[in-house]
Structures are given as structure tokens and as C-alpha cells.
Design a binder for this molecule. Structure first.
Ligand code: TRP
Length: 454
């Protein structure tokens, strides 16, 4: 199973990678559903993309300092996305804090990020402006977490070399910063990062809330996505309307009730409702129709949601499994290359380099394939005279060649340490470390080889 999953993702690597983060600081509401969850899940079904959806719980800590709320929100958001149809077998679904390479990359990026750029981040600037307006010190009450928010977000994106990041307008600046940090890193240390692009969601509906302003937790005007049926009904009936009586024609386009209806209804249903408004439908009837329409879509999802949320351990497993596979496939090998690139290296190797002649460029590692007297096919990984890896014997040259190709393509991330010096790929021992060679040296040799070939 793990083999087929990996092979599938190896093939998927040519697809466009699309990445979406969801901060775990609240309970999903209908506005999130219509504006983010529903379109994102529809997009995740496309064949030509490799999608990444993650719960940005490190980001949540910037805003929320109540542990129980962070935990609850993470559970609710995970269950909501799953209930709405996100399939963890075909997209990457994971939790930010399960990927230690994200904070590790955050630091590497912090060390190239311009402080002046961060000074100009909207969220930080807005906080400073509020302080000034109140006659406070510029940075009063502002944490370094808020200031560093864009660097953490850049790490989320760059770690997976995402091509596209669907975001609202308020997040465009963050994507530009991610490009900037990635570019600076590439400039200093070689081409490691794809520069991501914001995919602006122009057509995504913003839903009005109960009071007619945009539905948003900060206005306290939301309808929770999975409110119990009766609560949904009560909230819908509390939507603010004008005081036109039944029988009086009503303006559909200016009405929150109509806009909400439109977000759930087909074109024909919407046209019929528009006519009903013109014909003077009463607000009570309009709200009842709205309630029934929303509930028809949400009820089956709500049922799944309740089943999911009753089994939090299963959600925990799903998230951990996603993170484990994703680290193996992308995060761990990339961080190995980056550590090498910035000079966080095995010291024993530096000694080898010096012995071999100071500033002279090290020879590139290479794979050598050959046949032994036993009739079997072998390979080794060498660096100059030094042998790093010695393979087991294979029945065909093709088998040996495929493993070499895989090591070149995926790096040391596919190797598992086994008994004594043996290394396995997919649970099969394929090669051993040569005498006196440390695993780190293989990791960095494969990384340099990949870099040279890229
Ligand atoms: N900042 C995003 C928001 O508030 C959440 C987020 C965190 C994110 N990391 C990301 C979005 C990476 C896209 C990519 O909505």
C-alpha cells in the first residue's frame, strides 16, 4: 500500500501543486463554506493538480492563546473539511504542527527575510497604526509572532514548492513576500524554491451575515456551518430585513435573504425566488424557503460531521498519516538539501574536503553500475575514490537502474536504516553503507547530485 501511494505521488509530481492553509482559530460558518470549503473541495477533484490542504495551527497561536480553543477549532475544521468531501487519499491533508520541517524552514527563511519588508506587512502595520491612534508605543502589545507571520506562511508554501496559492485579496501581500524570501534564498544558496503565485478568487461569493454585513466572526453575525437544524432555522429567521409587509414587492438584489438563497440554489430556483420577491413574498415564507434550501444541502454533510467529530482519534490518525507521508515525500529530503546548502553540514565531510586540497571543488558523487562474477547486477555510489554505498545484487540491470533513478529523483528520503549498515527502500534491503561512511554523507551526496542534475 505504501508503495502504491508513493509511486502514485511520484507520478503526480509533474502536476500543478496548489496549496491552501486554514487557520484553526474558529468554528467554520456558512460564509467559510460558500467562500472557501465548497469551491476548494470542487477544485481538489481536478485531475491535473496535486492539492495540499492544511490546518495552520501554528498560525492560530498568533491570535488565540486559549489552548482548548485551538484544539477544538482544529478538530472542528478538520471534521468539516472531511464531512464536506475532502478525500485524504487523493489530496494531502495535514496539520502544520505535525511537520517539524516547517518551523525549521521558517528559521532559514527568517535569516534571509528583510526586516523592512516585514515592517510593511498589512496586519503588522494596522496594529502599529492602532497603537499610534491610541497614543501608545508603536509596538505595544504586538508579539514577534504577529510580526513574523509572513515568514511562517512563506515556509508553509515554499516547503512544498507550491505553484499556486488560492487566496483572498487580503493575502496577496503574503504570497509576494513568500516569493521575495524564496528568491533571496535561491540567489544566495542555489535554486531550491519554486516561486509561488497567488490565485486570486475573483468570483467567490462573499456571504452576508445576519446583520447584512459580510459574514465574519469579527462581526459576530455568523451562521455556524454545522449548527443543529433547529439552531439553523432560528438563526435564519433572525436575519435582518426591511419592514415590507407580505404582498409588497421586494428588492431581491438588495436582500440578504435573497443573496444567501442564491449561494445555495440552482439558476432556476434563483429565478423563481426573484419572481417571488417581485410578487411580494412575505419575509417569513422567504426565510422558510431559504432554511429548507440550505438544510437540504447541509443535512447530509452535518450527519457525516457528527459521526466524524464523535471519533476524534480517527481524525487524529488521518492527520498524522498525511503528515508522515508528506514529510517522507517532500519535507524531509528538501530540508536535508537546504541544511547542506546553507552549511549546516557533517563536520567529518569538511575534513575530507580539506584533505583533498583546500578550495578545490569536490568531485560530484556518481552511481557506478556493474556486473559481478556471480552474474548479478550491482551499483555503488562513489565520491571520487571513496565508496559511499554498495548495493545488493540484482537479477537484472533494469532493476538496479530503476533504484538508481529513484534515489536520484527522490533523494535519501526513500531510504530507511535497517540492521547494521543496511538501507531499505519499500521494506527491501537494497544497499549498505560502506565501511566508515555515515548516513549523513549519503544524504548530502544524493542532495548534491540532485542539485547538479537539476
Ligand atoms: N494566512 C492564511 C489565512 O489567514 C492561512 C495560511 C497560513 C495560509 N499559511 C498559509 C494560506 C499558506 C495559504 C498558504 O487565511
Amino acid at each position: 500500500m505504501s508503495r502504491s501511494v508513493r509511486v502514485r505521488f511520484a507520478m503526480a509530481s509533474e502536476k500543478t501543486r496548489v496549496l491552501t492553509g486554514i487557520t484553526t482559530s474558529g468554528t467554520p460558518h456558512l460564509g467559510n463554506y460558500v467562500g472557501a470549503i465548497r469551491p476548494a473541495i470542487a477544485a481538489s477533484r481536478a485531475q491535473d493538480v496535486e492539492s495540499f490542504y492544511f490546518l495552520a495551527d501554528y498560525h492560530a497561536l498568533i491570535k488565540v492563546q486559549e489552548p482548548a480553543r485551538v484544539q477544538r477549532s482544529t478538530l472542528e475544521i478538520a471534521a468539516s473539511w472531511l464531512a464536506c468531501g475532502l478525500d485524504p487519499a487523493r489530496v494531502w491533508f495535514y496539520r502544520q504542527s505535525d511537520i517539524p520541517e516547517i518551523p525549521e524552514l521558517t528559521w532559514l527563511l527568517t535569516c534571509v527575510a528583510g526586516k523592512g519588508i516585514l515592517n510593511r506587512a498589512h496586519a503588522y502595520k494596522a496594529a502599529v497604526d492602532r497603537n499610534r491612534a491610541e497614543g501608545e508605543d508603536d509596538d505595544a502589545g504586538i508579539t514577534a509572532g504577529l510580526f513574523m507571520y509572513p515568514v511562517l506562511m512563506a515556509a508553509d508554501i515554499l516547503l512544498f514548492n507550491a505553484h499556486k496559492v488560492p487566496v483572498g485579496r487580503d493575502q496577496i501581500q503574503h504570497i509576494e513576500m513568500a516569493r521575495d524570501f524564496g528568491q533571496r534564498f535561491n540567489h544566495l544558496y542555489g535554486e531550491h524554491f519554486v516561486l509561488p503565485e497567488a490565485a486570486i478568487e475573483e468570483h467567490v461569493a462573499t456571504l452576508p451575515g445576519l446583520d447584512g454585513r459580510k459574514m465574519s466572526k469579527s462581526y459576530d453575525n455568523v451562521i455556524p456551518l454545522f449548527a443543529p437544524r433547529e439552531t439553523l432555522r432560528r438563526l435564519i429567521f433572525s436575519i435582518v430585513t426591511d419592514s415590507r409587509a407580505p404582498g409588497e414587492p421586494k428588492d431581491a438584489d438588495g436582500s440578504n435573504v435573497f443573496q444567501l438563497y442564491q449561494a445555495f440554489a440552482s439558476a432556476e430556483e434563483t429565478a423563481a425566488m426573484r419572481q417571488a420577491f417581485a410578487d411580494g413574498i412575505g419575509w417569513g415564507d422567504a426565510k422558510q424557503t431559504l432554511f429548507e434550501r440550505i438544510d437540504a444541502e447541509i443535512a447530509p454533510l452535518r450527519e457525516r460531521y457528527e459521526a466524524l467529530i464523535a471519533r476524534p482519534a480517527d481524525i487524529e490518525d488521518t492527520l498524522r498519516d498525511g503528515a508522515r507521508r508528506l514529510r517522507e515525500r517532500y519535507a524531509t529530503p528538501l530540508l536535508q538539501r537546504l541544511r547542506e546548502a546553507v552549511g549546516l553540514r557533517n563536520l567529518a565531510q569538511a575534513a575530507v574536503e580539506r584533505r583533498e586540497g583546500g578550495e578545490r571543488r569536490r568531485e560530484l558523487p556518481a552511481f557506478k553500475q556493474y556486473r559481478e562474477a556471480d552474474g548479478r547486477f550491482y551499483f555503488k555510489l562513489v565520491e571520487g575514490e571513496r565508496v559511499l554505498l554498495q548495493s545488493a545484487g540484482f537479477e537484472s540491470p533494469r532493476e538496479a537502474g530503476q533504484l538508481i533513478a529513484r534515489l536520484k529523483r527522490e533523494g535519501a528520503g526513500v531510504l530507511r536504516m535497517g540492521r547494521s549498515a543496511w538501507l531499505s527502500v519499500d521494506e527491501r534491503e537494497i544497499a549498505a553503507l560502506a565501511d566508515g561512511v555515515a548516513m549523513d554523507e549519503v544524504v548530502s551526496a544524493l542532495a548534491r547530485l540532485a542539485e547538479a542534475e537539476a
